[in-house]
Design a binder for this molecule. Sequence first.
Ligand SMILES: Cc1cc2nc3c(=O)[nH]c(=O)nc-3n(C[C@H](O)[C@H](O)[C@H](O)COP(=O)(O)O)c2cc1C
Length: 390
Amino acid sequence: MRILTSGESHGPAVVAIVDSVPSGMPLTAADVDRDLARRQAGYGRGGRMKIEKDSARFLSGVRNGLTIGSPVTLYIENRDHANWESAMSPEPGPAVEMQTKPRPGHGDLAGMLKYSTGDARNILERASARETAARVAAGAVARCLLKEIGVAVRSRVMSVGSASDERRGDLTEADFVRADADAMRCLDAEVSAAMMREIDEAAEQGDTLGGIFEVAVFGAPPGLGSHAQADRRLDAALCAALTSIPGVKGAEVGDGFSLGRARGSRAHDEIFYDERLLLHRKTNHAGGIEAGMSNGETVILRAAMKPIPTLGKPLATVDVADMSAAKAFKERADVCAVPAASVVGEAVVAFAVASAAQEKFGGDSLREMRRNVDGYLDQISSWWRPRGDA
Ligand SMILES: Cc1cc2nc3c(=O)[nH]c(=O)nc-3n(C[C@H](O)[C@H](O)[C@H](O)COP(=O)(O)O)c2cc1C
């Protein structure tokens, strides 16, 4: 599956085109809107999310609740555009205010240099995380495909600022589902409260926060991705997907960075066999991926998001209009968007896993893909069995 998105933050809409979705797959706007609403939630968001109430409209690829094999185009209106019609008009018109004081940590300055513009708005409109609404919509399509082959993608927030839920490794899908009920998407109520306190403090001081979230893929069969070529490795694709989220600066698979400090005897997941579970592991330090291939255990990924670059108390910059020292410009912004980023994380991971599943199982129709999945599971059935059936 391939995806292209377009649309500026304050333009009329953001759009996603998803190519190579198999035909015959159940898909409705409600499937997409559920995830769009989850992306909009979370404590610490700014005023923009009060204006938007995201909802997807299919412009192509779906008929009567089923995909038809043509590109699926999803259109999400930007309600805030009504306040920006003249500033964002594609037609030439009266001069508009230019943003000449680039924010440290945002794409403003690098983009102004690269695209040869004195107005940071030409850059920030597209660098803005508004684009992630389109990717969440595309991720919802991928999620529907994965559901059909027994795979689910979940997330939770592990830390914000210094408040941290260190529990790892032994969480079930049902545990992850609980994250949806918490304003921080955190599984520990006390830690969640501490996160919100930190956000309040940061907001009072005109500051911002980042954090760490986890994404888990349940039910992935062994053999997604491949060791055979660098660009087919599943771990590489998933880390690329996570670091493509604005603000995400680090990604790890399984125990990731801490494996760099462990001994081999503690780092690897020994292999066992019994008649009930067949081949299985008792630990999952590898996060369900070995040599770029899913190994049949739960896929575990973590991502670190830096603090939001638009600060209430702006940082030092240079006004490029006259190269004088200045404070960076302010725009309505989130204080912390880690809960939203974790939902985006689910979407990009779902998309990458669905793409890997399509590479392995092919199929122009869902029926054909399912037949290929079933045939493969039958072929390995004396070695590996889906965990839900154990
Ligand atoms: C869901 C989400 C919401 C975000 N909200 C804001 C925001 O309100 N203001 C802001 O300056 N950055 C926000 N960011 C982060 C910026 O988009 C990001 O830092 C910027 O594009 C620069 O890219 P980089 O951090 O990957 O270098 C958000 C990111 C995500 C994922």
